[in-house]
Design a protein around this ligand. Sequence first.
Ligand code: SAM
Length: 259
Amino acid sequence: MKYIDKHNKILSTDKLFWNKEKKFWNNYGKIYFNLEESDPYKEMLLEIKKIITGDNIVRKKWLDAGCGPGTMIDLILKNRNDIESIIGIDFDGVMLDHAINRMKKKSIVSFEKVDLAKTLSYDENMFDAIVANLVLSYIIVFNDEHVGINALREVLKEMYRILNKDGVLIWTTPTEKVNFNYVFIRSIKNMINPSKLHLLLDGPKILHYAKQIEKKGKIGIYHFIEREKLHNLMLEIGFRGVEIKKVFAGQAYLIKGKK
Ligand SMILES: C[S@@+](CC[C@H](N)C(=O)[O-])C[C@H]1O[C@@H](n2cnc3c(N)ncnc32)[C@H](O)[C@@H]1O
């Protein structure tokens, strides 16, 4: 039994907390896909696309860890022609339903309901590439044992284990000083689109969820760490050629590393 926040108030066994956490992703999943309309999100996708298309290595097997509504899968399929399979995994049914609907006709895409907070059932060296957009630093307790930055370390080790030699991990995480207001402000002009009036309601709702994520980062439930610490963590795990840059209106780091 461990505390999962830095004020030592929430125990890892607190059922109420876990119910709220589950509901959080479930409710966020109902509107999350609207984020794709926002300029900062689109710009982040462009940067991820550069990495996805950035080398000539054949990468057949892909994993989208915490796939949400399937945005990354769409991006990968549109930008590579060497794909044999993509597996999208997420622990939230609402997010997965969006992704499944979106990819209905793509036979090389499959989905699994998986909790990234546990050792995965995939073999070592199974994937040529893994994407994990705004996911891995939200893993609160890994294998009921590791909390805080140790949970992030363990989930990254798991990504490393299932990657092939020369496999690439592409992931993003909020910065240590994240303030999602900047993303919101830069998205206002996307929200006043007469053909998508629902964005005027859903935009502020997304900000409301994002601010809760920000708060969980501030109290150490999620793990938003400095660029240098991220770099060192990647190297410690064994990743090579680590590159980090700011994306998402300067509020997230995009990290690339090879096994
Ligand atoms: C901010 S969303 C990102 C979704 C998507 N990757 C994207 O590109 O926008 C975070 C996602 O991580 C998922 N997630 C959070 N904790 C998880 C866990 N322990 N296991 C699996 N998925 C998790 C959520 O359900 C949600 O779909």
